[in-house]
Design a protein around this ligand. Structure first.
Ligand code: G6P
Length: 604
């Protein structure tokens, strides 16, 4: 979490930092700050609680410079406050540091080295910059030696950008586990948590790997390992489209991203299918999955739910059991694995620290893995054996929509390719190109019902504190994602429940007016779910029934057009995305940046 940006050698440093922070706000937005310095050595540090616009209001007109570092925060140590906002300074205020990550041994460092220091806030970062300051000012080390010594002591995750107010023509950079990239400009250089935030200035980037130290000046990048051995690294050009990261005519990113889903489906068809309908999935990936006796899908949040959405299809088409693993649990306790496991990491951002720690273990075990992600060149993509891109275009709203549907569709191409390679009739019979086109149409039809859905929300969800989604089989998995979406952006406490399980305890929470939203797409269980709807109605619940046409009744509230059962997790989730969006809007909440959340969670 948290976003870092730094620039050196550009007259518009303040502007670049502020623009960069705006693009990084999805990583955290409870406070922010920048440090800028000019050629005459005059510098300024400005910090603010709240959004980047609040920081902008505090800047004033005299904050200009040629170099600086900035930070947007998602609080881990210490509440959101000006004192805890980054950049942090050393005891003498000579050194200025921004940090993304968690320093696990900060208390020990404080006790051993800094017991007499006073601190302004409660962050682990302030300890780190005091430590560097102490090594320089009390122990007489050079800044580089001090930084290195601090890095040898600090344990945990970090992306650091450090400046020395007495020698402001260099940014000292290091990273471990947390993402950080160099951006190369004409006569200036940058450092940033992601490429998107630098794309206005440059399209040329250089990776930094874990435990590398980088000295960034306006015309040079020097990378070494922590022992000081130089590392040569070629830069690369990223083809990112600046227009992709705008809202266009939309009031909110989330609405734009919901609406983009038919396009994402059609784009995936051209990415992963040939014109004759055969699959265009890399043969080495297909082979690796064919060789597996079990597929382990590891993910967090919405991506975890997408794994469930794809499970039935993956199993049916590959005839291989699929097990889901929640990343934050598997990192600490890997269950007994099968003899030939294959790991699939699902991650919109490709940066989720919880998923990455599982991947690190998988790599240590020498096991094959595939990352399905929306972000080319992301950490999980670089470190897995294989990558399949969703290609959904940047997803900026914190609540994920098009990445969920894109992930399931991408896995459909993989599943069909593996099934066909295995000669399975079910895979040949599944005309994915046709079926996904129908999904795109189904999404469009549901999107045209936004106003009607808004009315339902007004009637049932505007005031409530809690709600339930219920469904069976595939619809149960969708109900998990549907309830997560509602929780995330409307703060309604919502649970996704297996419809038949509700009566085994949780039905005690049903009372007059509690909204229960039922999902029905599967004819084999629709009647049973309707029975469960009757049970909650009998206890006073207010219901919304979302039914696929194939199982619908005239009195149902939202009808979703028919799609292949393997893909119903895509079509059935669309009305629930609109429900969440509308509930948030009608409650006057910040749809794109809900409280307490961040888009890319880069701490464990
Ligand atoms: C955060 C976001 C969620 C997201 C999850 C996993 O918690 O707020 O929306 O689903 O991370 O992110 P990933 O990028 O790995 O899909």
């Amino acid at each position: 979490m948290c976003g870092i940006v730094g620039v050196i050698g550009n007259r518009n440093a303040t502007d670049i930092l502020m623009q960069g922070l705006e693009k990084l706000e999805y990583r955290g937005y409870d406070s922010a700050g920048i440090f800028v310095t000019n050629e005459a050595g005059k510098s300024k540090l400005v910090k603010s609680v709240g959004r980047i616009e609040d920081l902008r209001d505090k800047l004033g007109i005299d904050v200009s410079g040629t170099a600086g570092i900035g930070h947007t925060r998602w609080a881990t140590h210490g509440k959101p406050s000006v004192e805890n906002a980054h950049p942090h300074t050393s005891a003498s205020e000579r050194f200025v540091l921004v940090h993304n990550g968690v320093i696990e041994n900060f208390r020990e460092i404080q006790a051993e080295y800094l017991s007499t220091d006073d601190f302004k806030g409660q962050t682990d970062t302030e300890i780190a910059v005091h430590l560097i300051g102490k090594f320089v000012e009390e122990d007489g080390l050079s800044v580089l030696e001090a930084f290195k010594k601090a890095l040898s002591i600090i344990e945990g995750s970090y992306a650091f950008a450090l400046m020395d107010t007495e020698n402001p023509d260099m940014i000292y950079v290091a990273k471990n586990k947390s993402p950080l990239l160099i951006g190369l400009g004409e006569g200036y250089n940058m450092v940033c948590s992601d490429a998107m935030a630098m794309i206005r200035e440059t399209s040329e980037f250089m990776e930094i790997h874990d435990k590398e130290l980088v000295l960034v000046t306006k015309d040079n990048i020097a990378i070494t390992d922590y022992q000081g051995n130089p590392i040569n690294r070629a830069s690369y050009t990223a083809e990112l489209d600046l227009s992709d990261i705008g809202k266009g005519t939309y009031p909110f990113y989330m609405l734009k991203e919901i609406d983009e889903q038919p396009t994402v489906m059609r784009k995936l068809i051209t990415t992963y299918a040939n014109e004759d309908g055969s699959m265009k999935v890399a043969p080495e990936i297909v082979k690796a999955v064919q060789e597996a006796d079990r597929i382990y899908v590891i993910a967090a949040g919405t991506s975890y739910n997408a794994g469930f959405g794809a499970k039935m299809m993956l199993e049916a088409l590959t005839q291989t059991p699929v097990e889901l693993g929640v990343a934050s649990e598997w990192g600490y306790g890997m269950p007994l694995l099968s003899k030939k496991p294959f790991f699939i990491f699902l991650s919109q951002s490709g940066e989720t620290a919880d998923s990455r720690q599982v991947l690190v273990k998988v790599n240590e075990l020498g096991l094959p893995s595939l990352t399905v992600t929306n972000v080319p060149g992301s950490t999980l993509s670089r470190e897995a054996t294989y990558t399949m891109l969703i290609g959904a275009g940047p997803e900026i709203a914190v609540a994920s929509t098009k990445a969920y549907t894109g992930q399931i569709a991408t896995l459909a191409f993989l599943a069909k390719a593996v099934g066909e390679a295995d000669g399975l009739q079910a895979a040949y019979d599944f005309d994915l190109v046709k079926e996904l086109s129908l999904v795109a149409q189904s999404i469009e039809a549901t999107l045209s019902e936004k106003e009607m859905i808004a009315e339902l929300v007004k009637k049932l969800l505007l005031e409530t504190r809690n709600a339930f989604y219920i469904g069976r089989k595939q619809d149960y998995f969708v109900s998990m994602e549907a309830s997560l979406k509602l929780k995330e952006i409307s703060y309604v406490q919502c649970e996704g429940f297996a419809a038949g399980e509700l009566k085994h305890g949780t039905i005690s929470l049903i009372e007059k007016g509690v909204p229960v939203i039922a999902l029905l797409s599967d004819p084999t269980v629709a009647a049973h779910t309707r029975g469960n709807i009757m049970e909650v109605v009998a206890r006073g619940a207010s219901t919304i029934v979302i039914a696929e046409e194939s199982v619908s009744k005239p009195e149902d509230d939202i009808i979703v057009s028919n799609v292949h059962p393997y893909l119903s997790a895509i079509s059935m989730v669309i009305p629930t995305q609109i429900i969440a969006y509308e509930t948030s809007m009608q409650r006057g909440l910040d749809v794109d940046k809900p409280r307490n959340l961040a888009k890319a969670v880069t701490v464990e």
